[in-house]
Design a protein. Sequence first.
Length: 326
Amino acid sequence: MTFSSIDSGAPIAPATENEILRAAAHIRAGELVAFPTETVYGLGANATNGEAVARIFAAKGRPHFNPLIVHVARLQDAEALASFSPLAYQLAEHFWPGPLTLVLPRRPGTNLSELVTAGLDTVALRMPAHPIARALIAAAQRPLAAPSANISGHVSPTRAAHVAADLGDKVAMILDGGDTRHGLESAVVTIANDTIVLLRPGAITAAALTEATGAPVTRAFDGGATPASPGQLASHYAPKARVRLGVGDPAPGEALLAFGPHAPTHQGPTINLSPSGDLIEAAARLFSALRELDATGASAIAVMPIPAEGLGEAINDRLKRAASPR
Ligand code: AMP
Ligand code: MG
């Protein structure tokens, strides 16, 4: 192992076979590893481990939970996580491995964390072409959740030193693969009525998508990268039950979403996001807990106050959205 940056202590390692195996062990242990893809460097975690996924949000300092792209090395691993329509297969056959992300219906009963898809019934999948990314995923034998390896709001990293500058003290390792090729994010698409819906423009053009499949492309953003009409696409998960925030004393008939060691005793359905008050654990359980309490049929979900520091900001952001009138 080499430490190429003395001041930050950033664990940059050359991507030799041995270092890739070491990185894979870190992934299986729930830690974060930055690795090169053909687009930008990714901040990777085991997508089946909710707390590992929560560490991604904590490391990036993201103030909200958005669904992350799940990276796989083989088509069969993608098929295990999502259902592919014929058009989805066409896109995968033509553009994978490569910088195309497919948002597809998430299969029920997989071991994917709920946080990685932000509670949605869809999952964003990509098979990267970069040999180091592929070797890492294969060695980890886990799907990897991986957004760009930068602090939220900073530009995406295209070399290991960029990652070290932003996240050097937050990752177990940075696999160095030199400069990335595209320096542009993957194109993100979904499929609706045999049409390709471009959710985020990227390294593959709309023209190339149509040329490969014969299917038309519509855009779900207004020229920028922001969705034009978020209402059209289920952009975030919301429970059916009413959500009440900052509750110290839940009413009878309500479900209780508790946090920390001082939860009130409550007769109705109760889930404590983290009895020890750990925000990483709470983030990992947030979406599955909301779903579970919603499924009890309770008219309302009462939520205890959750501290606003660290990951608490993203947790509170999502709870506020869930509580806003629809
Ligand atoms: P990043 O994490 O910065 O690489 O961005 C991931 C992109 O994929 C964002 O534009 C997300 O909105 C999009 N994305 C990921 N999962 C989904 C999903 N299930 N539905 C819609 N968009 C998604
Ligand atoms: Mg990014």
